[in-house]
Structures are given as structure tokens and as C-alpha cells.
Design a protein around this ligand. Structure first.
Ligand SMILES: NC(=O)c1ccc[n+]([C@@H]2O[C@H](COP(=O)([O-])OP(=O)(O)OC[C@H]3O[C@@H](n4cnc5c(N)ncnc54)[C@H](O)[C@@H]3O)[C@@H](O)[C@H]2O)c1
Length: 283
């Protein structure tokens, strides 16, 4: 307990899934939270995104740990709105120490339109840059920036089996690959100010993004309409360990470590929480 006591964390995509889990784990360890989520769908992304009541539930769970939360419905593609969210959060919570750029979409369906490519890059790459860039002017020595990449970002474009099909998948993989480079560049440049920059790279994670028809079809291309149970066998092939996926809390443990002073000299790290998904591909 208390591993991030008294710190303030900005978490995007905080209404559900990994983002909610990060917000709750950070709160459990003593942080107050600025929680941003779009809370409505994006047309090219053919599984539903979070709803306002999901963000309310995150707020309830954070407050259960006696921490404060400033929930904001906002789109990470909108830098002005994000900057306003950070200003509002900081005026209530006083400062900003931790940034978790987690919001993401994976628009794999419908053959992958150009809009799917554009939206994937805009949310998964530009949204991450926007989040970090609105936070940067407020960060001081000891601050920690954590970005959510993906195993997909560690694979070459030719072998990116985790999120393959169509333009949406290509946009997703491209965005996640750039995050690797962005983390490294920023980590080097911010190290003299004692601001750390790291990325976590989940394998399949048990959230609504994974548990969706487009993802089932991606992992079971041999079936027209695979069920969740049929997709599970496909999901297992991703990891070297005998699991179909990791849980959001498995990623949150890495995020809390990187957010806390326990990792005070860890920067530029690409932390894989992947059940051996990358090593079994020789990476
Ligand atoms: N689930 C997986 O298998 C998996 C694997 C590797 C990486 N990831 C990455 O993990 C991160 C979290 O995804 P998840 O698994 O929790 O999925 P999720 O769909 O459950 O959660 C994503 C959250 O981001 C929000 N969001 C989407 N677009 C947004 C926008 N433009 N602005 C603000 N909020 C937005 C959604 O409403 C949702 O609450 C993403 O970056 C994703 O790419 C997921």
C-alpha cells in the first residue's frame, strides 16, 4: 500500500478495461486520478466503446479507496479538450505526476476502410502524443510517463500476427510501432530532467477490445462467425505460456511499478507483459 501515495495520475481510456484497472490500482496505492474517456463510439470501430456510466463506475471504484477522481468525457484526438481536462484536473488535485496514455481502438472489421486506418492512427498514435504533450509542461522531476503499446508494436510489419487484417489493423500496428520509437526518443531527452518515459506492451488482454466479434474473426480466420469459445483456441496461439490472454490487473501491476519511485531509474523501457508472445517469435 502507498506505493504512489500523494501523487496525481492522468489516465486515458479510464472508463473500462485496462484504463479502469490502472486508475483503480493507482488509487489503491494512494494516487488521485484524472480519468479521461471518450464514452461514445467511433464509427469505423465496429465494437462498442465505453459509455458514461462506465466512467461513473471507475469513479466509484477509485473513491472506494478514499482517493479523489476528476472524470472527464473527452476524446484523446482533441488536444484542446485534453489540455482543458488536465487544467480542470490540476485545479482540483493540485499537480500532475503520472501520465498513463492508454486509450485505444482496434478497428479490424468490415474489411478495413480508409477511415479505420485514419481513426486507428489518430487515436492510438496521435491520441498518445496529445496526452503526453498536454501533460509535459506540468511535469516535474520524478514524474513518470507510461504509454500502452502492444505486442503488435514489437513485431515487424511483415509478421504482425497479433492484429493483422485490413487497413484498421495496419493503422493499429503502425501506431504501436511508432510508440516504441517515441518512448525511446522522449526518454533520452527527458532523462536530464529526471522525468521517466516507459511503455508497457500487453499481449492479448481480457477486455472488451479482445472479446469482440472482429477480434474473434481475426484469431479464427478459418471460421465465418467464431464464438468466444472457438476464438479462445486462436488466442492461445499468441503466447508461449499456456494462456489465452492476460488480465487487466496483470498490466496494472507493471503500470504501478513504472509509476512508483520503485522504478526511479528505469526509463526508456519496453516492458512486455506478454506470456512469452515475443520470445516465441524470436524477439
Ligand atoms: N485488449 C488487448 O488484447 C490489448 C492488447 C495489446 C494492447 N492493448 C492496448 O491496451 C489499451 C487499452 O485497451 P483495452 O484492452 O482496455 O480495451 P477497451 O476497449 O476495453 O478500452 C479502451 C478504452 O479507451 C476508450 N477510448 C477509445 N478511444 C478513445 C478516444 N479517442 N479518446 C478517449 N478514450 C478513448 C474506450 O472508450 C475504452 O474505455 C489500448 O491502447 C489497446 O490498444 C490491448
Amino acid at each position: 500500500m502507498g506505493r504512489v501515495e500523494g501523487k496525481v495520475a492522468l489516465v486515458t481510456g479510464a472508463a473500462r478495461g485496462q484504463g479502469r484497472s490502472h486508475a483503480v490500482h493507482l488509487a489503491e496505492e494512494g494516487a488521485d486520478i484524472i480519468a479521461v474517456d471518450i464514452c461514445h463510439d467511433i464509427a469505423s470501430n465496429d465494437y462498442p466503446l465505453a459509455r458514461p456510466e462506465d466512467l461513473d463506475e471507475t469513479a466509484r471504484l477509485v473513491e472506494k479507496h478514499n482517493r479523489r477522481i476528476v472524470p472527464v468525457q473527452g476524446d484523446v484526438r482533441d488536444r484542446t479538450a485534453l489540455a482543458a481536462a488536465v487544467e480542470t484536473g490540476m485545479s482540483e488535485l493540485g499537480k500532475l505526476d503520472i501520465v498513463v496514455a492508454n486509450a485505444g481502438i482496434c478497428p479490424l472489421g468490415a474489411g478495413g476502410s480508409a477511415a479505420a486506418f485514419i481513426d486507428a492512427v489518430d487515436v492510438d498514435l496521435i491520441g498518445v502524443l496529445n496526452t503526453v504533450h498536454v501533460a509535459l509542461p506540468h511535469l516535474k522531476a520524478g514524474a513518470s510517463i507510461i504509454m500502452t503499446g502492444s505486442v503488435a508494436g514489437l513485431l515487424s510489419s511483415a509478421s504482425s500476427g497479433s492484429c493483422p487484417q485490413g487497413l484498421g489493423g495496419a493503422g493499429y500496428n503502425f501506431a504501436k510501432r511508432v510508440i516504441v520509437e517515441y518512448t525511446t526518443t522522449l526518454a533520452v531527452k527527458l532523462a536530464p530532467q529526471s522525468i521517466r518515459v516507459n511503455a508497457v506492451h500487453p499481449t492479448n488482454c481480457n477486455t472488451d477490445m479482445l472479446q469482440s466479434d472482429p477480434m474473434y474473426r481475426t484469431f479464427r480466420p478459418d471460421l465465418e462467425n467464431p464464438s468466444a469459445a472457438e476464438a479462445e483456441a486462436g488466442f492461445r496461439s499468441m503466447q508461449a505460456m499456456p494462456i489465452p490472454w492476460v488480465e487487466p490487473s496483470d498490466i496494472s501491476y507493471a503500470v504501478v511499478y513504472l509509476a512508483s519511485d520503485e522504478s526511479r531509474y528505469v526509463t526508456g523501457m519496453q516492458l512486455r507483459v506478454d506470456g512469452g508472445a515475443t520470445i516465441q517469435r524470436g524477439l
